[in-house]
Design a protein. Structure first.
Length: 149
């Protein structure tokens, strides 16, 4: 077996690449842009993660408040169920889970109604006892079920 020397014509030599000044500046800019894009992506990802965590914490707090409010309202409804048949405006508003202003507005709507059917549909009648308007629980329940749609 004989080993031959490589031909100089077939041999390829790696020549150093001489970059022009403009090409070098362009390449540097592209590298810097790529690094900035990568850094920007990482910053955005970190900020979005932090923001989503805050949203989740706020959502969990809000959900806990809503659940607490609903449990309290349900407890109040159950305690009112064992109370007397006649309720004051405060008791009706707590029973329905609304504010007193809504009850007053419903009373005004009932007073403005022209027909008896419109009055019954607006709000149940009140029974004044010693100057304080009272409402029958059964009529409030019937009014609520007639308005659930």
């Amino acid at each position: 077996m004989t080993i031959q020397a490589p031909d100089e014509a077939t041999e390829t030599k790696a020549e150093p690449v001489a970059l022009q000044k403009d090409e070098l500046a362009q390449l540097t800019r592209e590298i810097i842009r790529a690094e900035l894009r990568h850094t920007l992506r990482e910053v955005i990802r970190a900020e979005l993660t932090r923001f989503l965590r805050k949203i989740m914490v706020i959502g969990a707090r809000l959900l806990r408040k809503i659940i607490r409010f609903e449990l309290r309202a349900e407890r109040d409804r159950k305690s009112f169920a064992s109370a007397s048949e006649l309720m004051k405006i405060d008791e009706v508003s707590a029973y329905l889970g609304t504010n007193r202003r809504s009850i007053y507005d419903c009373r005004k709507a009932r007073d403005r109604a022209k027909t008896d059917e419109a009055r019954k549909a607006a709000f149940p009648p009140e029974y004044p006892i010693m100057g304080t308007p009272r409402f029958k629980r059964s009529e409030i329940d019937a009014w609520v079920t007639s308005h659930k749609k």
